[in-house]
Ligand binder design. Sequence first.
Ligand code: UD1
Ligand code: CA
Length: 481
Amino acid sequence: MTDTQLAIIILAAGQGTRMKSALPKVLHPIAGRPLVSHVLSTARDLEAGYIRVVLRHERDRVAEAIDDGGPDLEIVDQDDIPGTGRAVEVALQQLPVGFGGDVLVLSGDVPLLRAGELAELLQTHRTSGAAATLLSARMTDPTGYGRVVRGGDGSVERIVEQQDATPDEAAIDEINAGVYVFRATQLRAQIGGLDTANAQGERYLTDVIALLRRAGEAVAAATAPDPRVALGVNDRVQLAEAAGILNERIVRRWQREGVTVTDPATTWIDETVTLAPDVTILPNTQLLRATAVATGATIGPDTTLTDCEVGEDAVVRRTEANLAVIGARVAVGPFAHLRPGTVLAADVKLGAFVETKNAQVGEGTKVPHFIYLGDAEVGVGANIGAGTITANYDGVNKHRTVVGDYAKTGAHNVFVAPVRIGDGAYTGAGTVVRKDVPPGALALLAAPQRNIEGWVGRSRPGTAAAEAAERANEGGQEEED
Ligand code: UD1
Ligand code: CA
């Protein structure tokens, strides 16, 4: 049910200077999605009446990334006045004039908070009746965060930013998570009073706390039991830390759903992945984007699957695959590279050093050793010989190779596309197939082998090879005698 008395403002207008990146900070991904998307989907879970996302730096790029089509979502453009306080001020102007409910402010770079924790913060706020309730956390290393300054009676007096803190204030280990609930009316009354008399010359939202206190309002703080949820991402060290914490959560969730993960520390699973019970994931494996794995399958070790579908009881070892469909009971790898458009039907075997691209392989077919299949269609029950290459590219266009059902092609073939090898056809070892092979035919491209007797002895006298040949020939003569 929509909470019409709740508005959520997500702050995402900053550049993220400390990231030193061409990509806006809030678009840096963790678990496969931009930081700000994590914040937005958490916000969505709260079913607020209004969501406002404040943008400025690379506005269109960020707007495109967060557009989820929700009718309650509106983008607010911050002007050239900098600071989190100014961001909230412009967002407030985009709420209905009469809105008198609560305003939950979230930071686009604080991605690990969950809806439950925010609902609790809101609950605390609503029961205490304070004008503002902020989320705080006790950090072993509070460096970089705003510190919560409390008075003698323990009440929150103000927040001081790292750059503006005295040594005593900097020693405070209670930090401001950058997440607050305000009563809209009291917030509106104070936000215009912010100034830029601080180290960064910005209108700090954090200064609203002192303004509220000065106006005689009560301010409450809820301390997060686990400080890790308050992690803010300002640089790449914190980005990796946030990614690690989120990944640990995702891995544990799947473990509890019946997935075996032998080495959580080296297993990376995007939030968008789906896994069935009794999947096994071996060390050094990344499951990314829309990858889905069916029950009984084993993935890894050393495997990266991006947007892949893996069928029941399939085994995928030491493989890189992207946009590939791997059927039930298929065996892939080790050392295979499956590129987009690969579709392997049930019971296919794809062995070592095989690369496929836009290739459909029929049920039970074997593609076992050192093979490139590009723009190819192979029927059921076929066997492709070791070392075979589809020559699919003529330098301008790509062409298809079709291999029929139960065909058996020889080792070290080249299929020069477009070409068709019929059902039940065979090809000899070393064949360069340039012409279609009719069903049931054997294609050969065999120049007669010529042996020049004694060539090594004459042309490479004294070498180990010549000596070995001589010994072998003498042995042969003795037997003949
Ligand atoms: C802010 C808080 C700090 C808190 C920390 C928690 C202020 C002044 N400081 O510091 O007390 O401990 O978050 O992580 O609020 N943004 C805008 N418009 C702006 C500036 C920033 O929308 O003009 C957005 C940023 O894109 C970002 C968020 O606000 O998503 C926070 O900004 P950031 O510069 O990262 O603030 P911190 O220095 O981390
Ligand atoms: Ca920050």
